[in-house]
Design a protein around this ligand. Structure first.
Ligand SMILES: [Zn+2]
Ligand SMILES: [Zn+2]
Length: 346
């Protein structure tokens, strides 16, 4: 391989990737080029792999956004960074001109581009991104763990939206990586946290992390939560499962004046028990991606060792094995977070 040639894994249509040798893009004005170290496989990436998002991502796209790496070059005007610095990317490009951007909510910009879906992403050895998406990491941070800062920032955003405070009870419905990270951040805030999940492997991880673990197969979750709270219910419910059962549980388990945070992506418009919103003055909040301060919080939590993100890493695979890594995740009940080792020299 020459100095300018890099490996990039292109999604090339349903259930296929092709690793190609390409010429690394030179960072443009205002861009930072990063030697990608690790990049996690996200649920969204799995949807891409299964061909569900071809209209948006096309069938020749480098995906991947849960990454960590080291700056390799700076484009013109990309100030405030240095080559060799460890970084992560907040993979959102906003327009700066729409009503959401003008209101200061650029993370939910009307014209939002998600880097690694709408543009090429991090399953390539060198990735050039706008400097404003880059967050510097403390020196010496473990780049494997840093690849989980993106999903951890999702969790920080969700918990912040919930206005969760110490001493409250939180129920997290769905114990995948995002649900587990929300539960860990909620526990760190000082809440009493339970995770509802049907997969026993995931429940055992929750228990190891000191979280309450409820299997809906053992009886209604709302009954268990009410028993634990002397009839009150959960102050905050995070719906992360995206299932109808989860949507039913969220209204049934919430306390009077409880807050429900909708984290899951529901394309199918599930029926919601609106009577409970009226009767118990419930509140529902949407929570989508993250803002810069959520990234800074996630970086701080990781740097201080406050959140054990390493407990969620179940596999690390080489970039050359990306297709097999994705294929092996389908219906895999043990996998939690798989990382792809993108950098050749790690
Ligand atoms: Zn993701
Ligand atoms: Zn905008």
């Amino acid at each position: 391989m020459t100095a300018h040639s890099i490996k990039a894994a292109f999604y090339t249509g349903e259930k296929s990737f092709r690793v190609e040798e390409i010429t690394a893009a030179v960072p443009g004005a205002g861009e930072v080029q990063i030697d990608v170290a690790f990049c996690g496989v996200c649920g969204t990436d799995m949807h891409v792999f299964h061909g569900d998002m071809d209209a948006r991502v096309t069938t020749h796209r480098v995906i991947g956004h849960e990454m960590s790496g080291t700056i390799s070059a700076l484009g013109e005007g990309a100030s405030g960074f240095a080559v060799g610095q460890r970084v992560v990317v907040r993979p959102l490009a906003h327009c700066g001109a729409c009503p959401a951007c003008e209101a200061g909510h650029s993370h939910i910009c009307h014209n939002l581009k998600f880097l690694g879906l709408d543009t090429n992403g991090a399953f390539q050895e060198k990735w050039s991104v706008p400097a404003y998406t880059v967050h510097a990491l403390p020196e010496g941070i473990d780049l494997k763990l840093a690849a989980l800062i993106e999903p951890l920032a999702v969790a920080c955003h969700d918990v912040r939206r919930a206005r969760l405070v110490s001493g409250e009870t939180a129920l997290v419905i769905g114990g995948g990586p995002i649900g587990m990270l929300i539960a860990m951040v909620a526990k760190h805030v000082g809440a009493e946290v339970a995770v509802a999940e049907i997969n026993e492997n995931r429940l055992s991880i929750a228990k190891k992390l000191g979280l309450g673990a409820l299997n809906p197969k053992d009886g209604p979750v709302e009954v268990a939560i009410k028993t634990q709270t002397r009839g009150k219910g959960a102050d905050v419910v995070f719906e992360v499962s995206g299932s109808q059962a989860g949507v039913e549980t969220m209204t049934a388990a919430a306390a009077t004046r409880g807050r429900i945070v909708m984290v899951a992506i529901n394309n199918k418009k599930p029926p919601v028990d609106l009577f409970q919103f009226f009767w118990r003055e419930l509140e529902m909040l949407g929570a989508r991606v993250y803002e810069p301060e959520d990234y800074e919080q996630a970086i701080g939590l990781l740097a201080r060792g406050a959140i054990d993100v390493g407990a969620l890493i179940t596999d690390i695979r080489a970039l050359d094995d990306i297709e097999q890594a994705f294929a092996g995740l389908h219906g895999n009940s043990i996998a939690m977070k798989t990382l792809i080792r993108v950098g050749a020299n790690l």
